[in-house]
Design a binder for this molecule. Structure first.
Ligand code: ZN
Ligand code: FE
Length: 254
């Protein structure tokens, strides 16, 4: 299956999985670009997948269903209008029209019921893992988010990560403040600056690259822990506490 990006709002990506004339859409916060695509390609909507309830991910569902009735998969632990197939950890989403299936991973933290979808070497993780960053903690705790990121980090290193926002450049500025001496990060910063100067997407990216450059996934690395301790002026007991301190630091970082 092919995967395409549609841009929405300032910095959202709506992901389309496509096989022939069948399209599955992930997190359609805005129906307009999806409707335009389906019409231009004369394609049908096979399913809608939602990662969490925020409007920039689910706001287009009602209007899409009005034109293209389709099953709507979404987290069982959140209330989202239009969801017909509530999902929890370990469930499989069968997409017969696309000849594939995705596995559901519970990743609470950004929101209480956030889910991610994994299959065919691709991860659709909404607002949980970003390039060099992670989602804000709106409903969950730092410990929950740390555990959720741990599940994603344990996927195969060659997994392609399809997150829902183009936040990479701002995230890299923060990552460099945490780990100025990280050479993989410096190289990524240069590459991303070039991509963004040409208005190219920096998503998807490989999970292996996150493990080498994303400070939040690197909370167990001594240099990252030391930087977090220096910033907050306290001794931190283990990676979960380091992660919490990094998330706090990031919230106030400009
Ligand atoms: Zn969100
Ligand atoms: Fe979002």
């Amino acid at each position: 299956m092919d995967i395409h990006a549609l841009r929405a709002f300032d910095d959202n990506y709506i992901w389309l999985l496509r096989q022939g004339r069948h399209v599955v859409v992930v997190d359609p916060g805005d129906e307009a670009p999806v409707l335009r695509y389906l019409e231009a390609e004369r394609a049908g909507l096979a399913a809608i997948l939602l990662t969490h309830h925020h409007g920039d991910h689910s706001g287009g569902v009602a209007a899409l269903l009005g034109r293209h009735p389709a099953p709507v998969f979404g987290p069982a632990n959140e209330t989202i209008a239009g969801v017909s197939r509530p999902l929890r950890e370990g469930d499989r989403v069968d997409l017969p029209d696309l000849g594939g299936s995705l596995r559901v991973i519970d990743v609470p933290g950004h929101t209480r019921g956030h889910v991610a979808y994994y299959g065919h070497g691709a991860l659709f993780c909404g607002d949980t893992l970003f390039a060099c960053g992670c989602g804000r903690l709106f409903e969950g705790t730092a410990a929950q988010m740390w555990a959720s990121l741990g599940k994603l980090a344990a996927l195969p290193a060659d997994t392609r990560v399809y997150c829902a926002h183009e936040y990479t450049q701002a995230n890299i500025r923060f990552a460099l403040a945490v780990e100025p001496g990280n050479e993989a990060l410096q190289a990524r910063a240069a590459r991303v600056a070039e991509q963004r100067a040409q208005d190219q997407a920096t998503v998807p990216f490989a999970l292996a690259e996150e493990l080498a450059t994303n400070p939040f996934l690197r909370s167990a690395i001594p240099a990252v822990a030391a930087a977090a301790e220096r910033h907050c002026g306290a001794t931190l007991d283990g990676p979960s506490e380091v992660f919490a301190a990094l998330r706090e630091w990031r919230n106030g970082f400009r």
